[in-house]
Design a protein around this ligand. Structure first.
Ligand code: FAD
Length: 288
């Protein structure tokens, strides 16, 4: 029959699961924490509630509903998506295979305001180790981040680079980094270079030569995940067609991560649309 993995347990992901489970497809939702919705203390513009409802309440009810319909809910952090014989979802602790994947991870996190970060994008600043490690073969590279996502990117770079340095930008590392990865915790002032990035300047006056910096702050955002598998991004949002299909076959996206109106009703609609389109996609694949 085929299986579906939904990344993100917010309204878009849960809404998609209501359709794919009821359509008879094995559905797994992988979510890291509770996303944007729990930050909303009182919601009074969502259909069906006479009195304001809290984001937490909406979320808990949605998750219970998806579970009742048979969705498997896994609490984990997705760090990458790739493709072998099927779509492959790599989390902090495991690897999952799926016939269809729906990205519903909300809006991307804000990047740290470091001078030169935007300027050197594509000229030394990368968001995808698996895509760009090749260009830095034998060179000294850095990873900006502190958690599991940064660890994943660093481990991806380690076999091909001369050296990998983790830049935590003032934070304490939250993952278990091996000794082969150098850790610098100093706050960063700027990225510098002549046309392409070549140096990191720290606020304490120190500097570090580097051929490239891979951005992996916090957890992997929607666009970072989409980029890893080559899906198109526009203006920091995942590009989808009217069926919520990305530019990669079998990969769909829904909710805040596709841009437009950042509201629950739109996330729920797009989740429903993605869910129904995944059902059509998998049924068609089973016929061939
Ligand atoms: C303070 C605040 C108030 C708001 N008030 C309203 C309101 O009154 N009305 C309204 O309609 N909307 C409101 N919104 C907007 C609404 O919350 C969002 O539009 C909606 O939650 C988007 O749903 P989503 O499923 O796309 O993303 P989210 O709700 O953000 O869910 C995304 C999920 O993906 C998970 N995730 C992300 N990355 C990963 C990863 N790498 N691995 C695993 N899981 C991951 C997150 O943990 C999260 O659970 C408000 C938002 C905020 C912040």
């Amino acid at each position: 029959m085929g299986n579906v993995i939904i990344i993100g347990n917010g309204p878009a992901g849960i809404s998609a699961a209501l359709y794919t489970t009821r359509g008879g497809f094995d559905t797994t939702i992988i979510g890291k924490d509770k996303g944007a919705l729990v930050k909303a203390a009182e919601i009074e513009n969502y259909y069906g509630f006479e009195m304001p409802v809290s984001g937490q309440q909406l979320l808990d009810t949605g998750i219970a509903q998806a579970k009742r319909l048979g969705a498997h809910i896994i609490n984990d952090e997705v760090v990458s998506i790739s493709y072998s014989d099927k779509l492959e979802i790599i989390t902090k602790s495991s690897t999952y295979k799926a016939d269809c994947v729906i990205i519903a991870t909300g809006t991307s996190r804000h990047l740290p305001p470091i001078k030169g970060l935007k300027e050197y994008e594509g000229a030394g600043v990368s968001y995808c180790a698996v895509c760009d490690a090749f260009f830095y073969k034998g060179k000294d590279v850095t990873v900006l981040g502190e958690g599991e996502y940064a660890l994943h990117e660093a481990m991806e770079l380690l076999p091909t680079s001369q050296s990998v340095t983790l830049l935590t930008n003032g934070k304490e590392p939250t993952a278990d980094f091996p000794d082969s990865i150098i850790v610098i915790k100093d706050k960063i002032e700027a990225f510098k270079g002549d046309g392409a990035l070549s140096e990191v300047l720290f606020k304490n006056g120190n500097s570090l030569k580097t051929a490239g910096v891979f951005i992996a702050v916090g957890i992997a955002g929607s666009t970072a995940l989409a980029k890893k598998i080559g899906a198109d991004i526009n203006n920091n949002k995942i590009v989808v067609d009217e069926n919520m299909q990305t530019t990669i076959p079998g990969l769909f996206a829904a909710g805040d991560c596709t841009g437009g109106l950042l509201q629950i009703s739109k996330a729920v609609y797009e989740g429903a649309k993605a869910g129904t389109e995944v059902i059509k996609y998998l049924r068609k694949a089973a016929e061939n």
